[in-house]
Design a protein around this ligand. Structure first.
Ligand SMILES: [Zn+2]
Length: 139
């Protein structure tokens, strides 16, 4: 089910919070538009549900398998010290998880990541190179 006006249900090429990477079995993957933590991605459920608890057990398992696949790709490509995960949805109704690589001695290491730090845009990084590497790992 697609919901009119939902950024995650809309045209992937016009996603307002990043660039489309690829589609996985239960999700659409985006390179996040703010890259203070290089390699940060969003894994958005490809079904419009508000919460993890709205998925069937099979859907939930498939969705988290996608999250793990993206995290592994990020770890292999970017070699962060740790990957943080965030599923926030106060102002939205479409389940998605932020997969945020954190780097020792890097931005916000040792604390909770900022939702949108507004420091590093996709124009400031090699977004095309990142997309290429992620697509190669994610298939
Ligand atoms: Zn939606």
């Amino acid at each position: 089910m697609k919901v009119e006006g939902c950024a995650y249900c809309g045209d992937k090429s016009e996603f307002p919070h990043g660039k489309f990477v690829t589609a996985l079995p239960m999700s659409d993957v985006y390179l996040f538009g703010e890259q203070s933590c290089p390699g940060r991605c969003i894994v958005a459920c490809n079904k419009h549900v508000n919460d993890i608890t709205d998925l069937t057990d099979e859907e939930r398992n498939a969705f988290f398998a996608d999250v793990v696949k993206v995290s592994r790709a990020i770890q292999e490509i970017f070699h962060p010290g740790k990957v943080n995960y965030g599923a926030y949805n106060d102002n939205g109704t479409h389940l998605h998880v932020h997969v945020v690589p954190k780097y020792k001695d890097g931005f916000e290491w040792g604390t909770t990541f900022t939702m949108n730090a507004g420091r590093v845009s996709l124009d400031d990084v090699d977004a095309e190179g990142m997309l290429k590497s992620l697509r190669e790992k994610l298939g």
